[in-house]
Design a protein around this ligand. Structure first.
Ligand code: GLC
Ligand code: GLC
Length: 843
């Protein structure tokens, strides 16, 4: 209410935001093509053409039970861990790709079709996929029948609900046959793909009316099973893949559907599936809906069995009963919407450019949640079996998530900290189901420890909750080696101090943030992983990026020490920071930009002296964010060099010139073809570091320009080139040296989500949580006449209006709270529940 009135004030409407598109070369600009559009009102992306340039996916579920679903209903479901508890089978790297999912087949006389177009691929009269927040709805129409399939995971539920509504839009009676289909995965997704000599004999099912149960391995060591249910009597079913599909048929033409009749098969080994067969009569104009529930149950040892070899079904039945009517589904979907209304209500931006607002208010925040949930485990590029929760990744992901559900952020911080060692080092990742650290993707990444300081201080600034510092947290997952969380942070800080190299810069270890700059690897064997191989002792190679990161995180540590009365501790730490700043100035500066590193032989990396890889983005980002050498002009020179050498129409590339030969002393970075991934790709994760660096200089135009270049909504017009979803960030966009600059890969699970959110909200818009209040200090393009932000912060509501009458980029000349002038840029804390109006004038 207040919000609306406030926004109604016309003079707060910014007007000068430029609408220019990504500045593309002529020949590309002509080929613009989209496959759908944003529906901001409903917070959906609407895909109107099933043949997108790559499957465009969405995520279902937010707590324990998750699904990945493409715009043609491909994908899979899992409970908590995409490797150890995968419910339905999915074949990555398949041909054709994205085959297998939650499929419906409709047989209308001789015409067979699927609402999501796939798998049957019969041409539809109409197709529409709406990816919303936590749900997807796919509608297909053919020969007068419309089928709308809604997919979501209700809150507090270990199940996906699929509601299919069939409407007869023709003038005649329709006799339809409907077949459902999912294929079970034998739980451990990796074993499922590889251990066929065992798997093909283990599959077991139970059939109970309209519920098909998957109970493989339940009788021995598993206490969980899965089920697929429909809320109507079935005419038949199948639980054995070969019976349903046929050995020489495929998902697109299952023999049971062709025949119009299920086989009532009972799987014994081979590949268990679940398929229902329904017969439906629809009068002209009539609609009927069916609710399918794909669920997961855990039983304790005592409650495992109903009778000998018959599984206990009580929980499955209770779950099904919760969703047996359309009304209940509407209510459950309503809860999901309300849940998101509430989460997104913490930060609401209004500019006059919807493309900005929809990223900040909807999609970027949504992606931050998904990335928080998944880390880098399961997407259409991450197979769900390779990587767990990364130490550095998960800490950084918190920067974009902590304002959404601080309690979950708090728990995550502990989980991560518990995989740290006493000396501050850390396992590089842990498995979400066990929360145990492991070395599967290497260890000894010397940047890892510092990110824990960044996530922890972000959490405290957001919540004011210092109590987590006192909580006892294990080292190496060993309860007997628990210390306070503050001690973990201290260990993080001193891990750097205790691991300095010949120039007194931080030793890089296996690698720093850039996994592919492997300065101690020296591998000439293609069967060695760059991530787990260290053929040289890491006692010389140093990282200038970690130095900058250390200064930024170190200052956070010092500030925190002062806050909690550890003044001496803070002072001691500050000395190391001051020394590091001097060291970077003396040994980390190349004349026009910051060096990247010193290699194993003590030679400069990222210097004008190098033939390739003269300049790298990471050290420019962190040293400018740290403001190292600001007074000496280093920050400005560094950022100008970035603009000149690394900037492209599609974002800022990682390094330049790209490597064109394998440099054994640099490792994986020089293995990628020029323009891809860490070798001069636009690695979107690090672009925000430069945006933030630009705000240190007060250059809001440049900061925003960099934001805009990689923002998905600004790239929507070139979807055919960009290729992946226009509503979420991708890890990489091919760089200027690539064969197809601008083509993106690896969407969804990337630190890009958190960093862009952080850079945009806290540094460009400048709305930044501080220990004592909410700071507002924007750095925007001069054409912006202003903007408004609603921020929920520590339980109070801040209605912030920023005006920029003189077209400056930075500088607050007045700040008032409910009409009263406040000095500085920090809005003092308000009591929870209260609302205030903040007016800010820049000048
Ligand atoms: C990937 C990794 C991340 C790393 C980055 C750069 O995004 O998940 O940990 O920092 O690549 O190599
Ligand atoms: C990161 C990098 C990738 C590298 C991988 C190794 O994801 O982006 O290039 O191969 O780490 O784990």
């Amino acid at each position: 209410m207040i919000l609306r009135r406030f926004w109604g004030l016309s003079h707060f409407r910014p007007s000068g935001i430029t609408r220019s598109r990504v500045n593309l070369p002529e020949h590309l600009a002509k080929r613009h093509m989209k496959y759908g559009h944003f529906d901001d009102e409903r917070r959906e992306y609407v895909i109107t053409e099933p043949r997108t340039p790559w499957p465009w996916i969405n995520y279902l579920g937010n707590e324990d039970f998750f699904g990945l679903i493409s715009n043609t209903a491909g994908g899979y479901a899992f409970y908590r861990d995409a490797k150890f508890r995968r419910l339905t089978r999915y074949r990555y790297n398949n041909v054709p790709m994205d085959e297998g999912g939650r499929y419906f087949y409709i047989k209308d006389r001789d015409v067979i079709w699927s609402p999501g177009w796939k798998p049957v691929k019969t041409d539809l009269d109409r197709y529409e996929c709406r990816h919303g927040l936590g749900y997807s709805s796919i509608t297909g129409a053919k020969n007068g029948v419309e089928a709308e399939a809604l997919f979501f995971v209700p809150l507090g539920t270990w199940a996906e609900v699929h509601r299919i509504r069939l409407t007869n839009k023709s003038g005649e009676l329709k006799s339809l046959k409907l077949f459902s289909f999912v294929e079970w995965c034998l739980w451990n997704a990796e074993e499922d793909m590889t251990n066929l000599q065992r798997n093909l004999s283990t599959g077991e099912v139970e059939i109970d009316g309209s519920t098909l149960y998957h109970k493989t391995e339940y009788k021995e060591r598993r206490n969980h099973y899965a089920f697929f249910h429909v809320n109507a009597p079935v005419r038949g079913f199948d639980t054995d893949r070969e019976s349903f599909i046929g050995l020489y048929n495929s998902f697109s033409d299952p023999q049971a559907v062709l025949k119009g009749k299920s086989g009532n098969s009972v799987a014994h080994g081979w590949s268990p599936i679940a398929s229902h067969y329904l017969e439906i009569q629809l009068n002209p104009g009539e609609a009927q809906e069916f609710i399918f529930v794909l669920g997961y149950v855990e039983n304790s040892d005592e409650e495992k069995w109903e009778s000998k070899n018959v599984i206990q079904k009580t929980k499955a039945k209770a779950c099904v009963a919760r969703f047996d009517t359309g009304k209940k589904i509407d209510a459950a979907l309503g809860e999901v919407r309300t849940y998101w209304d509430n989460l997104l209500g913490a930060f609401v931006l209004k500019t006059d450019d919807q493309r900005i607002d929809r990223m900040v208010n909807i999609w970027n925040q949504y992606q931050c949640m998904v990335t928080f949930n998944m880390s880098r485990s399961a997407s259409f590029f991450e197979s769900g079996i390779g990587r767990g929760m990364g130490f550095r990744d998960s800490n950084q992901d918190l920067l974009g998530f902590v304002h959404q559900i601080p309690a979950r952020a708090r728990e995550r911080i502990y989980d991560i900290a518990a995989t740290q060692f006493e000396d501050g080092g850390a396992y590089h990742q842990y498995q979400p189901l066990t929360k145990r650290g492991n070395n599967a993707v290497g260890g000894n990444f010397n940047d890892d420890p510092l990110w824990l300081i960044l996530s922890t201080t972000a959490y405290i600034k957001e919540t004011g909750d210092f109590s987590l510092l006192d909580e006892k947290v294990p080292f190496d997952n060993d309860e007997s080696r628990s210390r306070s969380h503050f001690d973990h942070l201290k260990a993080s800080f001193y891990h750097v101090v205790q691991n300095l190299g010949p120039h007194k810069l931080p030793l890089i270890g296996r690698a720093d943030w850039n996994d592919c700059l492997n300065l101690n690897c020296f591998s000439d064997n293609p069967n060695e992983s760059f991530q787990t191989t260290e053929n040289k002792k890491g006692e010389t190679a140093e990282s200038v990026m970690i130095a900058g990161l250390f200064v930024v995180c170190g200052r956070e540590f010092v500030q925190l020490c002062r806050r909690i009365g550890k003044v001496d501790e803070g002072e001691a730490a500050q000395k190391y920071i001051d020394e590091m700043i001097e060291t970077v100035k003396n040994h980390g500066w190349d004349g026009e930009w910051y060096l990247r590193a010193y290699d194993f032989f003590g030679r400069k990396v990222g210097s004008k002296e190098n033939e390739e890889g003269k300049i790298f983005i990471e050290s420019q980002g962190w040293c400018t964010m740290a403001g190292i050498g600001l007074d000496e002009g280093m920050v400005e020179r560094s950022l100008n060099a970035v603009k000149e050498r690394l900037d492209t129409p599609h974002g800022i590339v990682l390094n330049n010139p790209a490597f064109t030969r394998y440099v054994i002393e640099y490792g994986e970075i020089s293995t990628y073809p020029a323009g891809y991934k860490e070798n001069a790709g636009v690695f979107c994760h690090n672009n925000p570091w430069i945006m933030i660096g630009e705000t240190v200089l007060g250059r809001g135009d440049r900061a925003f320009e960099y934001w805009r270049k990689i923002a998905p909504s600004f790239r929507e017009e070139i979807s055919d080139l960009h290729k992946v979803e226009p509503y979420v960030y991708a890890q990489m966009i091919a760089g200027k040296d690539a064969s197809k600059p601008g083509e993106a890969k690896n969407s969804w699970l990337t630190g890009t989500a958190a960093w862009n959110y952080y850079a945009m909200t806290q540094f460009i818009l400048g709305v930044r949580p501080a220990y004592d209040g909410l700071e507002v200090n924007p750095c925007i393009p001069p054409e912006w006449k202003g903007f408004t932000v609603h921020r929920r912060f520590r339980g109070a509501h801040y209605e912030i209006a920023v005006r920029n009458p003189n077209g400056v980029m930075k500088g607050v000349t007045s700040l008032s709270v409910d009409g009263k002038t406040v000095l500085g840029t920090i809005i003092p804390l308000l009591p929870a529940g209260s609302t205030c109006r903040v007016e800010i004038t820049m000048g």
